[in-house]
Each structure stands twice: as structure tokens, then as C-alpha cells.
Design a protein around this ligand. Sequence first.
Ligand code: ZN
Length: 96
Amino acid sequence: MSEAEEIRKLITLLESENLIEAKNMAAINQPGKKFLCRICGYVYSEALGDVMLDALPGTRWEDIPDELLYCPDCGHQREDFYEVTWSPSEKNWVRV
Ligand SMILES: [Zn+2]
């Protein structure tokens, strides 16, 4: 891989990481359930849905078919997610 290719790949990775971070921030104040990927920290918000999971806003977690449910960030599946809520005091997601 050339240096230019390496830099491009790095930029792509950074951008996708920022996207996940941006989604997670948007999820904090949303109503409805949220589910956190224990592998990478991605949070699915039922209120927001996620275009990468083909889930429109308001799509319930249990209504996403198992075969379509891959973490948009790391590719792990439902068994690696658990329900969370945002804790303002801890400034972090905590398990429900
Ligand atoms: Zn993940």
C-alpha cells in the first residue's frame, strides 16, 4: 500500500469513527430505547433508527431482523448489544 493510500484509508476510518460518535451524541436526548454495542461503543437509538441498518426512525430494536442486524461500526451482531440509558452524572451510557 502506498503512503497516499494509507493516508486515505486512515482518513476514511477517522471519518467513520466521527460518524459513530456523532450518532451516539444525537441519541443521548432521544426518547425510546437505546442499545449499545459492547465491542465498539456504537449506540442504536430506536427514535433515530439507522440508515445503515435499513431502520427508519422509530424502528424498534426487536423489529430489526437478526440477519440484517450488524453493528454499522464493527459488524458484530445482536448478542453483542445490550440496552442502555444515558447517565448525565456519569456522562456515559449505563446498562439498563
Ligand atoms: Zn460495534
